[in-house]
Design a binder for this molecule. Structure first.
Ligand SMILES: [Zn+2]
Length: 180
C-alpha cells in the first residue's frame, strides 16, 4: 500500500535513496568505465548526466561558430563546452559528440534488460531463449548472423555482444522466450 501511495506522490525520498543503490547505476557505471571516448577524470560528471542529475547539453554555454570551426566540428551541431569537457580527443572527433553519452545510456539500458529478461526466462523454468535482430541496414554483420539463433538461459547474450557487436551507437538485439 505504501508503494502504491508513493507512486502517486512521485519520488518519495526513501524510494529515491533505494534507486541509488539498485542495479541501474551498475550498468551505467560499467558502460562509462568501458567507454574509450570519455575522459577518465570526468566519469563522475558523466554519471551525473546519465542519471539526469545534470544535463550537459542544456548548460546554455554553447560553442560559437568560430569555436566549432577551430575544432573541426560540424557547424550545424549544437554543442556545449561542458559536454566537450567530458570527452577525450576521440569522443570529440565523433560525427556528433552528443551521441557518445546517449550511446552509453542505450548500451546500459539494453544490458539491463537483457539481464532482466534472461532472469525471467530462468525463473519461468525455460531452457532457451531466441535472439531477434532488427533486420535493418544499421545492424552489423554479427547481429544479422545472430537473428533467430537460440541460446541456453545459462548463457548471457551480453558477453557475446560486448565481444562481437560492431553496430554504431549500441546493439539492438532483443530476446524472446522459447516455450518448449
Ligand atoms: Zn551489432
Amino acid at each position: 500500500m505504501l508503494a502504491f501511495i508513493q507512486r502517486f506522490l512521485g519520488k518519495a525520498p526513501s524510494q529515491e535513496a533505494s534507486e541509488k543503490h539498485k542495479e541501474p547505476d551498475q550498468y551505467l557505471l560499467r558502460e562509462v568505465e568501458k567507454s574509450n571516448l570519455i575522459r577518465k577524470d570526468q566519469m563522475d560528471v558523466v554519471i551525473q548526466h546519465l542519471n539526469n542529475k545534470i544535463n550537459l547539453n542544456k548548460t546554455g554555454n554553447k560553442l560559437s561558430a568560430d569555436e566549432k570551426k577551430e575544432l573541426g566540428i560540424n557547424p550545424r551541431l549544437q554543442l556545449t563546452h561542458e559536454l566537450l569537457a567530458v570527452l577525450n580527443e576521440n569522443g570529440r572527433a565523433q560525427a556528433d559528440p552528443k551521441t557518445v553519452l546517449s550511446s552509453i545510456a542505450m548500451k546500459a539500458s539494453f544490458a539491463r534488460s537483457h539481464d532482466e529478461n534472461i532472469q525471467n526466462y530462468r525463473s519461468m523454468g525455460l531452457k532457451q531463449y531466441e535472439i531477434l535482430g532488427c533486420k535493418d541496414d544499421r545492424e552489423c554483420a554479427w547481429c544479422k548472423s545472430m537473428d533467430g539463433k537460440k541460446l541456453s538461459v545459462n548463457q548471457s547474450i551480453k558477453g557475446l555482444i560486448e565481444e562481437n557487436c560492431t553496430c554504431d551507437s549500441h546493439c539492438r538485439l532483443a530476446t524472446v522466450a522459447v516455450l518448449n
